[in-house]
Design a protein around this ligand. Structure first.
Ligand code: NAP
Ligand code: ZN
Length: 369
């Protein structure tokens, strides 16, 4: 058994200000990577720039990371970061800017390489990264994963490098400006991470500690996520904490079939990442329950749910359903039947019939237009 999350992670109120010295000590020229708007609105960008200004650290801001960041954006940002001679990278935002920061840190540290190295399994260094999450889903601040969209290949996929942030500063206050739908969507992603990490061939005693604790905490916000009412400060803090814990869980095991299945929905239909995974969770658990019923029962108990029907009904009321035509679904089924890396992440043999069952049960069929 192995335990390995080599990131220094702090989860606390006013985390960035509290750890100003660590931010300043990380290097001498900082490259900030973020999305177009949200980091300015929720205060995270200002928290970081004022820490850097206090430490006389020159910085450059790249604020053009799109949702589901593309290889093209990474290459463009890395060029600017290299010209600036950055020696560390700060990713601020949801999973997209943080994942982008990881890939950018790799390219800046290897100036002779171009974007093609991103999908090659090589041993390459990367600059130190500071991660500051502002959504409560991906846990990228605690994982070595960077998921990129490759338009040339028409796919969304993790790059084969393990890039842990050196420092992660996690503060629930940045969620206060987020729409409820963003919080719900990203909380479902965190839920998927815990379920897929628990029901995973790499799951062991150590990494199960994370979902066992995190699922119980997630359940505390079950009703609040469903209701129309805004959340409060302590709920933001809890959701952020759970997201980081869920990241620690997948840092050990990786994700499973629901994540593998989600990427097509996001790439082809722009479904946000959390719901795209969430649609498949109930049916995935049902398949696993035929082989490891005790593990599925344990998850339901931690979530305080009676059975899988209750779980699926709850997820439906949270994120709704997704319709797809039969022909497209068929193409997704055939590709997934050969996705050895995701199939082998399941704790049991998943047959082609199981794959079809998950798609059929999770997505609503619509007639061809
Ligand atoms: P995201 O794509 O980073 O952001 C979604 C939207 O939320 C953006 O429009 C962003 O605006 C906005 N936003 C971010 N924080 C906000 C806040 N506090 N208030 C208001 N709006 C805010 O969403 P995400 O779900 O966090 O990340 C999804 C990506 O992470 C996907 O590519 C997914 O595959 C990946 N992922 C990575 C891991 C991992 O381990 N590394 C795990 C799971 C998923 P701006 O653009 O203006 O910032
Ligand atoms: Zn995810």
């Amino acid at each position: 058994m192995r335990f390995y999350v080599p990131s220094d992670i702090y989860v606390e109120k006013n985390c960035v200000a509290n750890h100003k010295k660590d931010i300043i000590a990380m290097g001498s020229r900082a490259f900030i990577v973020t999305g177009r708007h949200s980091a300015r609105i929720n205060g995270s960008l200002e928290d970081v720039t004022s820490a850097l200004t206090d430490g006389d650290i020159p910085y450059e801001i790249f604020d053009e990371v799109e949702e589901n960041p593309s290889v093209e954006t990474i290459v463009r940002a890395a060029r600017i970061g290299k010209e600036f001679q950055a020696d560390y990278v700060i990713g601020i935002g949801g999973g997209s800017p943080i994942d982008a920061a990881k890939a950018i840190a790799l390219l800046i540290a290897n100036p002779e390489e171009d974007g093609s190295c991103l999908y090659e399994a090589r041993k390459l260094d990367y600059l130190p990264i500071i991660a500051i999450p502002t959504t409560c889903g991906t846990g990228s601040e605690a994982t070595p994963v960077s998921v990129l969209t490759n338009h040339a290949k028409k796919i969304k996929k993790s790059i084969p490098y393990k890039i842990f942030p050196a420092l992660s500063l996690v503060d629930g206050k940045y969620l206060a400006s987020a729409k409820k739908s963003l919080i719900v969507n990203t909380a479902v992603d965190a839920l998927a991470h815990m379920v897929e990490s628990y029901l995973n061939s790499k799951s062991n005693l150590y990494n199960r500690l994370f979902p066992e604790y995190g699922l119980r905490l997630w359940a505390e916000n079950k009703e609040a996520l469903l209701s129309e009412d805004p959340l409060n400060e302590s709920q933001y803090e809890l959701l952020m904490l759970v997201s980081t814990i869920a990241g620690m869980a997948i840092a050990h095991t990786g994700t499973g079939l629901p994540h593998g299945m989600s990427y097509d929905l996001t790439y082809h239909y722009h479904v946000p990442h959390g719901p795209a995974c969430g649609y498949f969770l109930g049916a995935y658990m049902e398949v696993c329950s035929r082989h490891c019923p005790d593990d599925v029962r344990k998850i339901l108990d931690l979530l305080e749910m009676k059975d899988l029907d209750e779980f699926s009904a709850y997820i439906r009321s949270l994120i709704g359903t997704f319709e797809i035509d039969e022909k497209t679904k068929e193409s997704f089924v055939s590709a997934m039947e050969h996705n050895e890396s995701k199939l082998s992440a399941a704790p049991c043999t998943v047959t082609p019939e199981d794959v079809r069952f998950i798609y059929d049960k999770s997505l609503i069929s619509k007639p061809l237009e």
